[in-house]
Design a binder for this molecule. Structure first.
Ligand code: SAM
Length: 272
């Protein structure tokens, strides 16, 4: 039985399908690896170690609590998890919030994300009759938790707004992989697409001493905002996580990879 230990959760906008391409563009001579918009951490977890200092950050406190608990209290998490049943009733109970401790909060959040449609945590996800798939196993979870616990051993977990975080960790050897909310499409609990300040991010990134790699949806606004930086357009299959509408599922989705260091050569080498 194979278990994907490379990640803990599917997150809206998660870079599961792009992580290999992104990984090839990350320089090897970095002193620190920082993800200001951590989400499910698909790129962070893709490699066993990116740099001596690694930082996971997200403004969503539910994610931060989940990763902190997996880092510091994996056994308590697993113990709590063992009492769960994959039922709709329990899903609805958790959705209405019955948290007591941070450990319970982490387990209940994890349950909602992994049992919901598209990982959004709001609708109980059942197995499609036509897919022939089996009900999700609750037993694989402890193995995943242990693997992610190991991976997080030397990772700092932060829960700040991106601007404070980037300014806090910026230096010449720093590398920021930034995966902010898209300029179009769905938003997040902490910032809706409409509210996210793309111009503020551009200003902050324009002033960093370190290097950054940015992933975005391919839109005229983002192309204009980052004019002058190296840019690569990539395509991937649209997943339900991008919520561009069910009719767009399985269509190709265009994204931009933007950096303040040369990436085109690395990308072409990767494509060979
Ligand atoms: C596209 S997702 C990141 C997905 C992640 N790369 C992955 O592979 O799972 C964007 C994340 O940015 C977070 N976010 C939104 N506004 C933020 C802010 N001002 N500061 C830090 N994080 C923010 C959201 O909570 C969300 O998890």
């Amino acid at each position: 039985m194979t278990i994907d230990r490379k990640c803990l959760i599917n997150w809206v906008g998660g870079k599961r399908l792009l992580r290999k391409t992104i990984a090839k563009l990350i320089p090897e001579d970095i002193k620190s690896y920082i993800e200001p918009f951590g989400g499910g951490g698909w790129v962070l977890f893709y490699k066993d170690k990116w740099a001596d200092l690694e930082v996971y950050n997200d403004l969503d406190g539910r994610l931060v609590n989940l990763f902190r608990i997996v880092k510091y209290h994996p056994n308590a998490f697993i113990e709590e998890w063992r009492h769960l049943l994959g039922s709709r009733e329990m899903f609805l109970q958790f959705l209405n919030g019955t948290f007591i401790t941070d450990i319970q909060k982490a387990v209940q959040f994890y349950f909602l994300i992994t049992r919901s449609f598209g990982g959004r945590g709001d609708t109980f996800g059942t197995v499609k009759k036509t897919s022939g798939g089996a009900c999700k196993s609750l037993h694989n979870v402890p193995k995943k938790i242990e693997a992610i616990h190991e991976r997080l051993d030397t990772v700092m977990i932060e829960g700040r707004d991106f601007e404070k975080l980037i300014n806090q960790y910026d230096h010449e050897g720093a590398f920021f992989y930034c995966d902010p909310p898209y300029s179009r499409g769905c938003g997040y609990v902490v910032t809706s697409t409409k509210d996210f300040d793309h111009e503020r991010l551009r200003e902050v990134l324009g002033a960093v001493k370190g290097r950054f790699l940015l992933s975005y949806d391919d839109s005229p606004k983002i192309r204009e905002l980052y004019k002058g930086f190296e840019m690569i357009a990539v395509e991937r299959l649209n997943g339900i996580n991008n919520r561009e509408g069910v009719e767009n599922r399985n269509k190709m989705f265009k994204e931009l990879l933007i950096a303040n260091y040369p990436i085109k050569e690395l990308y072409e080498r990767e494509a060979d």
